[in-house]
Design a protein around this ligand. Structure first.
Ligand code: PLP
Length: 414
C-alpha cells in the first residue's frame, strides 16, 4: 500500500545541522529564501489556500482519497528498478531508477496536479488554471481536471505551443482551453505571469495549480509535500531491495519538484548524498543555460526569493536548455536553502551530455527517458565509476521520453 504524502518531517532531528530546525517558518521562509512577494490582491487567495491546505493535510478523508487515486489512477507505487546493464557499462556503483516515467501521463507532474485538483474540489472551486512550458504540467492538470470534472484553462507561450504541438492537442482533447501568450519571448516565464494575472481576478472560483516547487508560499511547501510520495516510496523500496539507504540520490532540477519530492524524505539521513542536476545547456555564458543555482544569484521571481538567472541589470534573463522542462530561470526556494546549508549539492550537465545519456539508457535498458531526466542519468554515469560496486545510486527518472523523440532525431541529424 502506498503511503500518503510525507507528514511534517522535522528538520530538527538532523543532528549535524541545528539551523534546519525552523524551516520553513510560518510565512514560508526557508532561511533567506521563499516568502510571499505578490500584489496585495493575491493575499486573500493565498491565505485561503494556506488554511485549506493545512486542514486537508490533517483530514484523514483527504489523505485516503489521494492515496486511493495515486494507487488506482496514477499507478503508484512506481517501481525502483536496478539498471543492471547500464551499471555494468558504467562500471562501479549499482544504478537504480525510480520509475516516475511509468506514472499516468508519463511523468511525476501528475502527483502534484492530482493533489491540488482534489484540494480545488475541497475548496468548492469549479475551475483550475495552470501555466505550462513543455506542456507536461498542462497535460497533467488537464488530466486531473477531466477526472475531477473541473473547467481548465492553461496558459502557454505561443513559441512553446509551436514547439510542443502534440501536448497542445492532448490538452485540448482532454477538454482544456489552451490560451496562447504573446508577450516577451513567448515562453514559460510569460505564461506564468499571465496565469498569476488571471488568478488575481478569478480566485473566488478558480484555483491556480502551480507546476513546481516555486511561486509564493504555500506553493513550494505544498508541491513538495505532494511530490514527497516519490521519496517516501523510494526510501521503503531501498530498505527492501538494497537492504539499506543508497549512498547518493540524483535528480534533475528545473523548478525543482521531482528533486524535492525524492530528496525530502531523506533530508534527515545525512549519510545519503543529495545531488541536484541543473541544465548546463551550451555552457556557462548568460543565455546559454538554465542552471539557476550554478549560474544565478539571489533575487525575486514569481512571488518568492531564490536563485534567479539575471542579466547585469538584475533583470530575469532568457535561458536555454535542450529540455523544455528545465528551461526556467528560477528554482524552488528550498533548493536554494539546501544549497546554502550544504544539505544538497547542485551541478550542471550540458545539452550534449544529456543527449548522450539519453541514448545510453535507451540502448542499455530499453527505457527511453525524458531529456530532463537524462541530465540526472548523465551525472550518475559520471559518478558510478568513482564509487565501488557495493555503492548504490538512485536516479529519479522523472519522465518518459516519447515527447522528445522529434527533437532528439533532429539533433542527431538523422
Ligand atoms: C517538468 C519536468 C521536469 C522539471 O520540473 P521539476 O519541477 O524540476 O521536476 C523534469 N522532468 C520531467 C519529465 C518534467 O516533465
Amino acid at each position: 500500500m502506498p503511503q500518503p504524502p510525507a507528514p511534517a518531517y522535522t528538520y530538527a532531528a538532523m543532528p549535524t545541522a541545528p539551523c534546519f530546525s525552523a524551516v520553513p517558518d510560518a510565512a514560508g521562509h526557508f532561511g533567506l529564501y521563499g516568502g510571499t512577494y505578490v500584489p496585495e490582491t493575491l493575499n486573500a487567495a493565498l491565505t485561503q489556500l494556506r488554511d485549506a491546505y493545512a486542514q486537508a493535510r490533517a483530514d484523514p478523508a483527504f489523505t485516503a482519497d489521494l492515496t486511493r487515486l495515486l494507487r488506482d489512477y496514477v499507478g503508484r507505487p512506481t517501481p525502483l528498478y536496478f539498471a543492471q546493464r547500464l551499471s555494468a557499462q558504467a562500471g562501479g556503483a549499482r544504478i537504480y531508477l525510480k520509475r516516475e516515467d511509468l506514472a499516468h501521463t508519463g511523468a511525476h507532474k501528475i502527483n502534484n496536479a492530482l493533489g491540488q485538483g482534489l484540494l480545488t474540489v475541497r475548496m468548492g472551486k469549479k475551475r483550475v488554471i495552470a501555466e505550462t512550458g513543455a506542456g507536461q504540467h498542462g497535460v497533467a492538470t488537464a488530466t486531473a481536471a477531466a477526472m475531477l470534472g473541473l473547467a481548465c484553462d492553461v496558459y502557454m507561450g505561443t513559441e512553446d505551443m509551436r514547439r510542443q504541438r502534440p501536448n497542445v492537442l492532448r490538452m485540448q482533447m482532454l477538454g482544456a482551453r489552451v490560451i496562447g501568450v504573446e508577450s516577451g519571448d513567448r515562453t514559460l516565464k510569460n505564461a506564468l505571469n499571465q496565469a498569476l494575472r488571471d488568478w488575481m481576478e478569478s480566485s473566488s472560483h478558480t484555483h491556480y495549480i502551480i507546476g513546481s516547487v516555486a511561486g509564493p508560499h504555500p506553493f513550494p511547501v505544498m508541491v513538495r509535500d505532494f511530490q514527497a510520495i516519490i521519496g517516501t516510496e523510494c526510501r521503503r523500496q531501498c530498505l527492501q531491495q538494497i537492504g539499506r539507504l543508497p549512498e547518493t540520490i540524483v535528480a534533475c532540477v528545473g523548478g525543482g519538484s521531482n528533486a524535492a519530492g525524492i530528496f525530502y524524505p531523506f533530508v534527515n539521513d545525512p549519510e545519503v548524498k543529495l545531488i541536484g542536476v541543473e541544465a548546463g545547456g551550451r555552457g556557462p555564458g548568460l543565455g546559454d543555460n538554465a542552471a539557476s543555482i550554478s549560474h544565478g544569484a539571489p533575487g525575486i521571481l514569481h512571488g518568492s526569493r531564490s536563485y534567479v538567472i539575471q542579466d547585469p541589470d538584475g533583470q530575469t534573463a532568457s535561458v536555454h536548455s535542450i529540455s523544455a522542462g528545465l528551461d526556467y530561470p528560477g528554482v524552488g526556494p528550498e533548493h536554494a536553502y539546501w544549497h546554502d546549508t550544504g544539505r544538497a549539492q547542485y551541478l550542471a550537465v550540458t545539452d550534449q551530455q544529456a543527449l548522450e545519456a539519453f541514448q545510453r539508457l535507451t540502448r542499455a535498458e530499453g527505457i527511453i527517458p525524458a531529456l530532463e531526466s537524462s541530465h540526472a542519468v548523465a551525472y550518475a554515469l559520471q559518478l558510478a565509476p568513482t564509487l565501488g560496486p557495493q555503492a548504490a545510486i538512485v536516479v529519479n527518472l522523472s519522465g518518459r521520453g516519447d515527447k522528445d523523440l522529434d527533437e532528439v532525431v533532429r539533433l542527431l541529424g538523422r
